[in-house]
Design a protein around this ligand. Structure first.
Ligand code: MRU
Length: 327
């Protein structure tokens, strides 16, 4: 399993995902500014991994907590796991001060716990998702949602790999994911290591593959899920959902409860990151939307560590969050 980060010798080391699959280069971050820079330029990416990296970033900047929290919180707007980690870190920091303990030490214990809990959530999501596959399922996935994106075993891709090991996957279609090719570079790299059968396709091939009858289900991750089940994920997910709906193919979202934003009622309230046009083309001006919102009525189910949530999401999400707050 590919791990995108490790905390060692007082520094956060990040596997630079911008260099994969060609080179495996580790970046050593001793200051939170370096972590913020790595998150901004997608050296570390994927909603849960961003949350874990930010948790360790707070450890590095514990002496100036609020400044560090602002800096890390400003890096990427859509993945709510970032805000979730910062809010969690703030509560830990304040408790440490109250107890007269060194904040950096307490924050490190907490960040290690965040990483462990993500790995456990990934395992549970994969186990719950098995029920969504049939023998020989041909799955279409988008972006990268494997271990690289979570610091565990992954969300959607972790579930696909588990289903593959259980003999339930016949083939994986990997959308290349323009413009930064998280599918063609990172998902392909992870599936190769898992030994699962896959082919990379251009994003614009998806509907044609569905029309040919070559796709049984679509499985993707999420960067933020609103209370009503609207899902923000990598740009292109909405188009996939529309095409899947047209062909009667289920679209399942796999995401931990930390990706659900109880403060956002629906997709209209989710901020969508716009990135540098130069990532799209150097020859013309471009609009580079990093994410889109898939309306909840195009989402067949949302797989979380608490189980498979089904419509109406307002109810199933509410119950899952309520149950979590009681544990
Ligand atoms: O811009 P990225 O690469 O951070 O976008 C990642 C995605 O959109 C993933 O699908 C999402 O974060 C879920 S990752 C488990």
């Amino acid at each position: 399993m590919a791990s995108p980060l490790r905390f060692s010798g007082g520094a956060l080391e990040l596997l630079d995902q911008t260099r994969l699959p060609g080179e495996e280069v580790w970046l050593r971050c001793e200051e939170p500014e370096q972590v913020a820079d790595a998150i901004r330029r997608l050296a570390v990416r994927g909603a849960p991994a961003i949350g874990v990296a930010a948790a360790y970033g707070l450890v590095l900047g514990a002496e100036r907590f609020e400044k560090t929290a602002d800096l890390l919180g400003s890096t990427r707007p859509t993945a709510v796991n970032l805000r979730w980690a910062i809010d969690g870190g703030r509560a830990v920091y304040e408790r440490a001060l109250g107890d007269g303990r060194a904040p950096a030490e307490v924050l490190l214990e907490w960040a290690e716990g965040v990483e462990r809990e993500q790995a456990e959530a990934d395992r549970r999501m994969a186990a719950h998702a098995l029920a969504l596959f049939a023998e020989g399922s041909r799955v279409y996935t988008h972006c990268n949602t494997g271990g690289l994106a979570t610091a565990g075993s992954g969300t959607a891709l972790g579930a696909i790999e588990e289903a593959w090991r259980s003999g339930l996957v016949g083939h994986v279609w990997v959308g290349e994911t323009r413009p930064l090719l998280q599918g063609a570079r990172l998902t392909a790299w992870e599936l190769e290591q898992a030994g699962a059968p896959f082919r990379v396709v251009t994003d614009s091939s998806a509907a044609a593959l569905m029309a040919r009858g070559d796709v049984d289900l679509v499985m993707v991750g999420a960067d933020r899920i609103a209370r009503n089940g609207d899902v923000a994920n990598k740009i292109g997910t909405y188009a996939l959902a529309v095409a899947a709906d047209r062909h009667g193919i289920p679209l399942h979202v796999v995401a931990p409860l930390s990706t659900i934003d109880p403060d956002t009622a629906d997709g209209a309230g989710i901020p969508i990151e716009e990135r540098d046009p130069a990532e799209v083309t150097s020859h013309a001006d471009a609009l580079n939307l990093a994410f889109d919102v898939t309306p909840h009525d195009l989402v067949t189910s949302i797989v979380t560590e608490a189980g498979v949530l089904e419509p109406p999401y307002e109810d199933s999400i509410g119950l899952a969050l309520q149950a979590q707050s009681l544990t």
